[in-house]
Design a protein around this ligand. Structure first.
Ligand code: HEC
Length: 123
């Protein structure tokens, strides 16, 4: 029964979607607001990095397979990245946000990032 994994996946996707649709909670709004304020200027609302600044800075497409794979099941690394920022060749690319965001919010953002990757696959 080689299709079984596919069927299970499809089912999980369906369930996930209904779940997501019903889940319009305060947390969601908070994450979305935090994303739009802190990340979207460069990475865009959809995480693809196609904003004007994003293009200029060559912001990573966070929905890409490369990034999604790199951070799969590694939320704590995303939290660390958000917290400490990204500094390359002594240039600050992403500002450290540890003084601006609560640990909880960073965790939610990390989850949100994963969601963005999944959303891309649905289309
Ligand atoms: C000022 C613009 C800017 C903002 C704001 C910004 N980023 Fe980035 N981000 C970048 C750029 C540019 C890169 C690509 C860096 C590189 O690889 O050289 C990047 C890369 C990343 C990466 C991939 C790092 C890797 O391992 O290659 C992640 C994940 C990320 N950003 C998450 C976030 C999150 C989450 C936020 C919001 C809390 C955020 N970024 C805010 C500009 C930004």
């Amino acid at each position: 029964m080689k299709y079984l994994p596919i069927i299970i996946c499809a089912l999980a996707l369906c369930l996930g979607e209904t779940y997501a649709a019903e889940q319009d909670t305060d947390t969601d709004k908070k994450v979305l607001a935090a994303w739009e304020k802190n990340c979207a200027p460069c990475h865009g609302k959809n995480g693809k990095g196609t904003t004007t600044i994003g293009r200029k800075m060559k912001a990573a497409d966070l929905t890409s397979e490369k990034i999604q794979k790199k951070y799969k099941d590694k939320q704590e690394e995303i939290v660390k990245l958000i917290s400490e920022g990204l500094i390359k060749d002594k240039k600050v690319i992403m500002k450290p946000l540890k003084d601006k965001l609560e640990e909880e919010d960073m965790k939610e953002l990390a989850k949100y990032l994963e969601e963005l990757g999944k959303k891309k696959d649905e289309k």
